[in-house]
Write a protein of this length. Sequence first.
Length: 167
Amino acid sequence: MRFSDAAQYWLDEIGTYSERDFLKKPTADSWSVGQVYIHLILASDHFFVANSAACQLGKGELKRGGKDKYGALIFFLKRFPPMKLNQPKSAAQPRAPESIEYVRNKLITTIEKIQQTAGSLNGFDTKMKIKSPGFGYLNAEEWLRVNEFHFKHHRRQKNQLDKFLKS
């Protein structure tokens, strides 16, 4: 699966929810499906794509190698492990979205940013890297691959929320 497949899945799925179900949460401190979408959009725009672009602009560090053992593992598996992962402490709880249409439009914009960033990878310096809090040093292309893994990882959470909504 490539990012376009992972993104298309989320675009296709957004139309299966009512506005009410999109915002419904299993518990007060858990996320709704809408919040999962907001999380994916914000993490993509402000973390994964931003770091990829920064590497392309030479704003990282020149490193050989660089992934830690967890980073090497996810690249070997081509996904995050099937478990709940803790967000960095700096990550905020995603807000409830305004509407499904708002989120759909934001997701389309995010996908376009990713495609634009990926389209400018030709000739990038593979040694220009930025440190990830969980995976070690990643280059521009690796940041985009981790974004793909992130989109795929949250399918499990969405599936659990779908079961809750059907109960």
